[in-house]
Design a binder for this molecule. Structure first.
Ligand code: GLN
Ligand code: ZN
Length: 753
């Protein structure tokens, strides 16, 4: 009989409490550190992570959640499924990084969002010629390391169903899940190898089962776990689900012979009581939110656990998902006010909550009563803090929403906007220009107090003047100020809005070595003063041409923040929208005639289940329209979206009703524009004419050819000419060369009209 554990987490952050791994891999990439030095940083981070979890009191510790870049890529490497184009790179670490980031010769794998989080994984490419083979060396080595420390290690591995469902089929249209039988022997071998090392439990992650799945897919999942559980030489299997409800997959998994199942009781609503087979399973109950930063209501979590006792064979307490999605610890946040601090729990605080709940469950709550009292006190101050309920603001919001959040028809606006006097095929950019070294130096100097605000402003103004002069020289029609004052577009607004707290060290991994610091939305949102006005109006004084005001939309601000859990997201979105609306009104009053409200994250927040999508799209479109309907008809509203695979959001894009939409067009322009035409989109559109994610300078003929192609799908009056995203990550020389060609191409095509 397997010993069943009582408290665990589904996974840990891996970048290091001070982003040690980021620094080490970047130094390795730059050739400043060798592989041995990188490996030693990694090993130290793992040791530190496991011992912290053990010392905190967890009795089953996830191992193999470490990654040099991404855990899906690790799984592809483990299964011999790295793309063929990296196969002849001999050094395994360099081969791995080439698949992740590309090199001079090979293109990297595509990257996409990990479910509805802001973490991005690499999408394995599987072709008919992929021959899977097992390389378990990473798992086994980490296991040895952990066991040498006496750690009760539970290897965590992406399960075969999720692996195939998240991969991309190349060179064949057959569903990848058809190839699961090729993977089963490899997983069998892997389970045998870890069992031989004395491992008691293995965790196979199957989050793909919380999205809508066909009956056939669920049948495959059942068959996979029937077959793995019949193996003789294997540890107990925990199938881990997270980010939502298992729905029909729950009884299917419960009917297999696996010993354990983890369920997300924060994001999901599965009822365990209706599945009698669970009475023979070890249920790992995700009651501590692994994705948000709020302190757990221990009382209600314990009550939830209590109700599960009757439905489960045995019960363990856990986070709802891996702690990959939250910062390491509150200890690093010194500048936080006392009340707010008491409402929060980051990674290590969440581990403590799991242990407290595990103790309460197994030994009664007496020994941890103090912690329950602290949680209760925090909940009570949070409930009554005036910053969370600004009645004036709420009344004003309600009144605008009921009377004043629609614009005139598109035709009426178009007429009013002819006063802008733009040429056909107007040229513009998405907002940011290269973040030069001077910009970074100035920002760092301001932070360290080496320069004062006045000096900082004057340096930013100098940057703006350069960018405006460049655009005039290039003869671009609609100018931007270049966004030098923003390092992160969401943080920039969050720092200026009441109701948001910007952390000092709250880093979470976004992808590879890239980390972000999501602000915390804790209260009602108010805009004490204008946020962008000074910069935009300064830029406008430098030129006769129109300068676009540049704002971030409400959905994107929420998508890249930790959000309130005490009210619906829609309500928070409307509050942010009101602040953005106030900014547009101020910009208009200052004479700004074109305002762009970026919503690159509109698709990111889309719920995983189709049944929840309509409601989301309604409120997100509503928030955007609330933000953009405060200005007169002659103000032209632009928006920008960072993708061209519209999928379920295509109708929502049309409903945003922005006068001009710039989008990525990685696929052909015709396809992108045809998709928009199909839903009756008849507003201005700027399908990106070149890919800013690559340093390559596009030629005039190439851009002109794209424009001619686009003109087959949309009338010339609606077409705009722009790159496909902001230019902040590019170098000044390539930006200048690319934009020169863009303007020349627009002129060439105009001359042919
Ligand atoms: N205006 C922003 C920029 O140009 C848009 C960024 C984005 O699309 N993610 O950088
Ligand atoms: Zn973009």
């Amino acid at each position: 009989m397997t010993h069943s554990f009582t408290s665990t987490v589904l996974g840990s952050p891996r970048i290091g409490p001070n982003r040690e791994l980021k620094k080490a891999v970047e130094a390795y990439w730059a050739g400043k550190r060798d592989a041995a030095a990188l490996e030693s940083v990694a090993a130290d981070l793992r040791t530190r992570n496991w011992t912290e979890l053990r010392d905190a009191g967890l009795d089953s510790i996830p191992v193999n959640t470490f990654s040099y870049y991404d855990h899906v890529l690790d799984t592809a490497a483990m299964l011999g499924a790295l793309p063929e184009r990296v196969a002849d790179i001999d050094n395994p670490l360099d081969r791995y990084f080439a698949a992740a980031r590309g090199n001079d010769i090979v293109a990297p794998l595509e990257m996409t969002k990990w479910f509805d989080t802001n973490y991005h994984y690499l999408v394995p490419e599987i072709s008919p010629s992929t021959t899977f083979s097992l390389d378990a060396s990473k798992v086994l080595a980490e296991l040895d390391e952990a066991r040498a420390l006496g750690i009760q290690a539970r290897p965590v591995i992406v399960g075969p169903v999720t692996f195939l469902l998240l991969s991309k089929a190349v060179g064949s249209d057959a569903p990848l899940l058809d190839r699961v039988d090729e993977l089963l022997p490899l997983y069998a071998e892997l389970l045998g190898a870890v069992a031989t090392k004395g491992v008691e439990w293995v965790q196979l992650d199957e989050p793909a089962l919380v999205a809508d799945r066909t009956a056939d897919e669920i049948t495959v999942a059942k068959r996979v776990y029937d077959s793995l559980s019949e193996l003789e030489n294997r540890p107990a299997i925990l199938v881990a689900s997270y980010f939502g409800s298992l729905g029909d997959a729950l009884p299917a998994l419960a009917a297999t012979g696996v010993e354990g199942l983890s369920v997300d009781l924060v994001a999901g609503t599965d009822s365990l009581a209706s599945t009698p087979e669970l009475a023979r399973k070890h249920i790992v109950a995700g009651v501590v939110d692994g994705r948000n930063i709020w302190r757990t209501d221990l009382e209600s979590a314990l009550a939830t656990l209590g109700t599960l006792l009757g439905s489960a064979g045995s019960l363990a307490v856990s986070t709802s998902c891996s702690l990959l999605h939250v910062p390491y610890t509150l200890d690093a946040e010194t500048g936080i006010d006392k009340a707010l601090r008491s409402w929060l729990a980051f990674g290590s605080e969440k581990v403590r909550e799991v242990v407290v709940l595990g103790t309460a469950l197994t030994h009664g709550r007496e020994s941890v009563e103090d912690e329950f009292a602290l949680a209760r006190a925090a909940a009570s101050t949070r409930g009554s803090d005036p910053r969370l309920h600004d009645e004036n603001l709420r009344a004003r919001l309600a009144s605008i929403m009921s009377s004043d959040s629609v614009r005139s028809s598109a035709a009426v606006r178009r007429e009013a906007q002819t006063a802008l006097n733009l040429p056909l095929l107007p040229t513009t950019t998405i907002g940011s220009y290269p973040q030069t070294t001077q910009i970074r130096v100035a920002r760092a100097a301001l932070r360290k107090g080496e320069i004062d605000q006045e000096e900082y402003v004057s340096r930013m103004r100098a940057e703006i003047a350069d960018v405006v002069a460049l655009q005039e020289k290039l003869d671009i029609d609609v100018l931007v100020h270049g966004e030098p004052e923003r390092n992160d577009m969401v943080q920039y607004f969050a720092e200026q809005l009441d109701g948001f707290f910007a952390t000092a060290n709250g880093w979470v991994q976004s992808y590879g070595s890239r980390c972000v610091r999501p602000p915390i939305l804790y209260g009602d949102v108010r805009r004490p003063t204008p946020m962008t006005l000074e910069w935009i109006t300064y830029a406008q004084t430098l030129t006769e041409r129109p300068v676009k005001g540049m704002l971030t939309g409400p959905v994107t601000i929420l998508a890249w923040s930790f959000v309130r859990d005490d009210q619906p997201l829609a309500d928070s979105a409307n509050q942010v929208a009101l602040a953005i609306r106030e900014e547009t009104v101020d910009l208009e009053a200052a004479g700004v005639k074109i305002i762009q409200v970026d919503e690159p994250a509109l698709r990111e927040l889309l719920p995983l289940r189709a049944a929840d999508q309509r409601g989301y799209l309604d409120w997100s479109v509503g928030a955007f329209r609330l933000a953009t309907s405060g200005v007169a008809d002659d103000v032209q509203i632009h928006t920008h979206l960072c993708y061209s695979e519209f999928g379920e959001v295509i109708e929502a894009i049309a409903k945003l009703d922005a006068d001009v939409t710039s989008i990525e067009a990685a696929r052909s322009h015709m396809e992108v524009l045809d998709d928009l035409n199909a839903v009756g989109f008849d507003l201005g559109v700027g399908p990106g004419v070149y890919d800013i994610h690559s340093p390559r300078v596009p030629g005039v003929d190439e851009i002109a050819a794209s424009l001619r192609e686009a003109l087959k799908a949309v009338p010339v009056e609606r077409l705009w000419v722009n790159p496909d995203c902001g230019l902040k990550t590019r170098g000044p020389a390539e930006v200048e060369a690319s934009l020169r060609n863009l303007v020349d191409a627009a002129k060439l095509v105009r001359s042919e009209l």
